[in-house]
Design a protein around this ligand. Structure first.
Ligand code: UD1
Length: 420
């Protein structure tokens, strides 16, 4: 199993290009199941999760041609089987995104329950509730969600008790082909939901209100093929900005979008970073200074993203002062803190709150990644630790960060991938 070996101490300087957003690409790939015509997608990130989704479409008989530039042409017209097997779903929870499109288009779906997850129980009850409200019959049989509908799904008013990103996306995709109007209340406002809606519109869907908490969909009988370029990854962007901030450096990120980064950019400014933005770029300049501690509370968009919580925990662990980190989206999302403490961080966890008192320096230690964003935070910690840190189980990182070692090397970090 590969590991990352990182020698801390370098000040990051330079520019890199941000990849397409994983969390937009995954639902958009699932949306290709809504049409029999080819869909051409570009700016897909080169990541394990993307390959898993393409593989999942492949086991159902969907043809996918991947080009060298990671653009892909998907033709779901060749589908033979509407089943998402456990072997693939267990490696990627977002596989649940095929449920809505399959039922809406083919009247049936068999999708393995995702099962346990490192960052809390993460149920899928709201996805199922939404589809049932639209007339699907859903049963759990032998660990599989078996969903059926005679004819088309029917438009419905669906109110989510909790804001759910993939839940909103599943119902949005199902509603696109349902008979009549669907209103989704307390919908997720995440930019990735908007990107999916834009792709569905390019396929002929009638959607209004995406990006607000009420989305209205007028179902159409069929959708057609399209060409679509996936939005930039705001979590990858935020992670590299924090890398610049913790090392006192200056980084310029290209092919990104500052307009969807406000909560993160505000916190970086508060920590002392000079932020400059342009049409499709962001520059962070720490002017060699140590960041000041900042307190954050995670919540659905437009508030501070839970997927940036672990990275800001690292920022606080080397900052001047004490920062409080409150996690309100997921239970059990502080596993990285144990590992950071092994590197000398001073942190106290109390339920869903962590109080972190910044240290001048962290110390290298062998550490283990537990989930995607936690693993990114360990890499950030290693960049500012004295000595060489070996980060184990980096398959988590490869699920969400394209070429992380090349990108960090470009910014001047000493990092290499080593085979165990
Ligand atoms: C998505 C993102 C993930 C991010 C998360 C929150 C993708 C592929 N993943 O995950 O990176 O961390 O949003 O921004 O886009 N919940 C229920 N019942 C459900 C569904 C969710 O109770 O049926 C709860 C969850 O346990 C959690 C909260 O809702 O507490 C938010 O989860 P949700 O937005 O659904 O996360 P994902 O869509 O899985």
């Amino acid at each position: 199993m590969d590991k990352l070996l990182i020698k801390g101490g370098a000040t990051l300087n330079g520019g890199i290009r941000i990849s397409g957003a994983k969390n937009a690409a995954l639902p958009i790939l699932a949306a290709t199941l809504l049409t029999e015509q080819p869909v051409h997608l570009s700016n897909l990130p080169h990541l394990h999760d993307i390959t898993t989704m393409v593989e999942l479409l492949g086991v159902m008989g969907v043809e996918a041609v991947i080009n060298e530039d990671m653009s892909v042409e998907i033709n779901a017209g060749t589908i033979k089987d509407q089943k998402a097997p456990y072997s693939l779903v267990k490696t990627m929870r977002a596989s649940i995104l095929v449920l809505g499109p399959l039922v809406a288009h083919y009247g049936r779906a068999s999708v393995s329950l995702p099962g346990g997850c490192a960052i809390g129980s993460r149920p899928v009850d709201l996805h199922i509730m939404g589809l049932e409200a639209m007339g699907a019959e859903v049963q759990i049989v032998d660990g599989y969600i078996e969903a059926r509908v005679d004819g088309r799904l029917k438009g419905a008013e669906i109110e989510f008790g909790v804001v759910t990103v993939t839940g909103t996306e599943n119902i949005l995709m199902a509603a696109a082909l349902a008979e009549g109007q669907t209103i989704i209340r307390n919908a997720a406002k995440e930019p990735e939901v908007v990107d999916l809606a834009n792709c569905l519109k390019a396929m002929g869907a009638k959607i209004e209100g995406e990006g607000t908490d009420t989305i209205v969909v007028e179902g159409v009988e069929s959708l057609h093929g399209c060409e679509y370029s996936v939005m930039p990854d705001r979590i990858e962007t935020g992670t590299y900005l924090v890398a610049g901030a913790v090392t006192g450096g200056k980084v310029t990120l290209k092919n990104t979008d500052a307009s969807i980064m406000k909560s993160v950019l505000d916190k970086l400014s508060e920590s002392g970073a000079k932020i400059t933005t342009g049409d499709n770029w962001i520059e962070l300049d720490m002017e060699g200074k140590r960041p000041k501690a900042v307190s954050i509370t995670t919540a659905p968009y437009p508030d501070f993203p839970t997927d940036m919580q672990a990275q800001f925990t690292v920022l606080n662990s080397i900052a001047d002062g004490t920062g409080v980190v409150e996690e309100t989206v997921f239970e059990n999302r502080f596993m990285h803190i144990q590992e950071l403490v092994r590197m000398g961080a001073i942190a106290q966890v109390n339920g869903n709150e962590a109080v972190i008192t910044g240290q001048e320096k962290l110390k290298a230690a062998p550490v283990m990644a537990t989930d995607l964003r936690a693993s990114a935070s360990l890499v950030l910690a290693a960049l500012v630790a004295e000595g060489e840190t070996l980060v184990d189980r980096i398959y988590h990182i490869d699920r969400g960060y394209e070429c992380i070692e090349e990108k960090l090397q470009n910014l001047g970090a000493t990092i290499k991938r080593v085979a165990a």
